[in-house]
Design a protein around this ligand. Structure first.
Ligand code: 2IT
Length: 443
């Protein structure tokens, strides 16, 4: 392990202060280290050094004028991490917590997640430290237009294809796409998550949540269980939570929590029926709070708290990185939780992930939430063919892809008779990217 420590020390010295990026790389390199060590070709080609250095990073000023006429400045980014398997592909995040470290960790994870989907996509991520909270529609439109005015130089349907992430949904993709089209005089598949009337794919909005539940079902089947009758804790109330909650209800499970930056809601009757659609209204209100749900439907609200204290069978974090810590993990384990499937990217802290992986069953974001980018890949295919598939066709492919990812985790992850999903996902994602990088020479 001396070599591993040397590698990490050098990596940290090259990327000082980037905590999230360090965390993602450490977890990954730990998993693949044995494969790397036992493969002298990889060492000689400095594969890990190359995979942890983004191919290109673009940082730019995003000036815009708010509704009061005041000039505002935000910082925009695109991290083009790795293009060994295809054009850079990954979402844009608009949130005040966006930093270079966050986007580097997300772009790094995206590379291996995209590899796991089996579709031809490289990895990238971008966004801005812009807060949609409290902004009017017009302000959001002006921000998106200014952001795209710079980003347009760097992306393209065969170069880099962004999509949504936290703070970027169908509305924002529409404004970004409109500006790109206007600048380039070109209607192309340069973004995914487009409206279904104008080049988007059916099921893209639901795909991350649906895929996470399909993956969870595979995990449960390994334990001879199924979703029906189980209780779920979900965090977040955005796009991913909404998709997961819809599918869990359809499959007979019960979701008893949702959460926001303001706290969590406990709904003992289950988040179901019209309550699910209400989540979309909450998101479009640009207020970033879940408390109104509790008032609207007579549920309990716990300000400033997280949902992991509630006894459940399955927990699916759907909010943001490091939203579940060691104490939360301990509580879930003590309350008899069977498994944690991470729908957010790096939803668990390193300590929590380690504890869960050792004591119960835990699967990381890059496997569980890959359904979103997978359907983005299917949107790219449909755009290239200039046709649209039906709901059944897209859903069937999504099922297949999530099943394949589960098989890959099993192929590379079985340790002591148990599937280690962290090992499986990291090694499975790594091998393909590493081979592609090797084949393409020192570039
Ligand atoms: O984290 C993710 O995989 C996404 N935000 C989706 C990326 C995409 O290109 O659809």
């Amino acid at each position: 392990m001396a070599d591993f420590n040397d590698f990490m020390n050098q990596f940290i010295a090259r990327n000082p202060g980037e905590r999230e990026f360090h965390q993602a790389v450490k977890e990954f390199v730990e998993s693949v280290w044995d494969v790397y060590e036992s493969n002298p070709r990889y060492k000689q080609a400095k594969i890990l050094e190359r995979l942890t250095e983004p191919e290109r990073i673009i940082i730019f000023r995003v000036p815009w004028i708010d509704d009061r006429g005041e000039v505002q400045i935000n910082r925009g980014y695109r991290v083009e991490f790795n293009s060994a398997l295809g054009p850079y592909k990954g979402g844009l995040r608009f949130h005040p917590s966006v930093t270079l470290s966050v986007l580097k960790f997300l772009g790094f994870e995206q590379t291996f997640k995209n590899s796991l989907t089996t579709l031809p996509m490289g990895g990238g991520k971008g966004g801005a430290d812009f807060s949609p909270k409290g902004k009017s529609d017009n302000e959001i439109m002006r921000f998106c237009q200014s952001f795209m005015t710079e980003l347009a130089r760097h992306i393209g349907p065969n170069t880099d294809v962004p999509a949504g992430d936290i703070g970027v949904g169908g509305r924002e993709i529409g404004y970004l796409f409109g500006q790109y089209k206007r600048m380039k005089n070109e209607f192309s598949g340069v973004l995914t998550g487009k409206g279904i009337m104008w080049g988007g794919s059916v099921i893209r909005p639901e795909a991350t949540g649906f895929g996470a539940v399909y993956f969870t079902r595979h995990m449960l089947r390994e334990m001879n269980k199924d979703i029906e009758g189980l209780r779920f804790a979900i965090s977040g109330f955005g796009n991913v939570a909404w998709g997961a909650i819809s599918k869990i209800n359809e499959l007979g499970g019960k979701v008893i929590t949702i959460s926001g930056p303001d706290g969590y809601v406990y709904d003992e009757n289950g988040v179901s029926d019209n309550k699910i659609d209400y989540l979309l209204e909450l998101r479009l209100s640009n207020n970033d709070v879940v408390e109104p749900y509790a008032r609207e439907f007579g549920a309990q609200f716990f300000p400033g708290k997280r949902p992991w204290v509630q006894p459940v069978d399955v927990a699916i974090p759907c909010a943001c990185e490091n939203e579940l810590n060691e104490a939360d993990a301990r509580m879930l384990i003590d309350n008899g939780c069977l498994l944690v499937a991470e729908a957010s990217n790096m939803g668990c802290t390193a300590e929590a992930a380690e504890l869960l992986n050792r004591n119960i069953v835990y699967a990381p974001g890059k496997a569980v939430n890959a359904g979103g980018v997978a359907v983005s890949g299917l949107e790219m295919t449909q755009n290239s063919m200039r046709l649209s598939w039906t709901r059944n066709e897209v859903d069937e492919r999504l099922h297949q892809i999530m099943g394949n990812i589960h098989d890959t985790c099993k192929r590379y992850g079985v340790r002591n008779g148990k599937i280690d999903y962290v090992m499986g996902a990291n090694i499975g994602g790594f091998v393909k990217v590493a081979e592609a990088v090797m084949a393409q020479g020192v570039v």
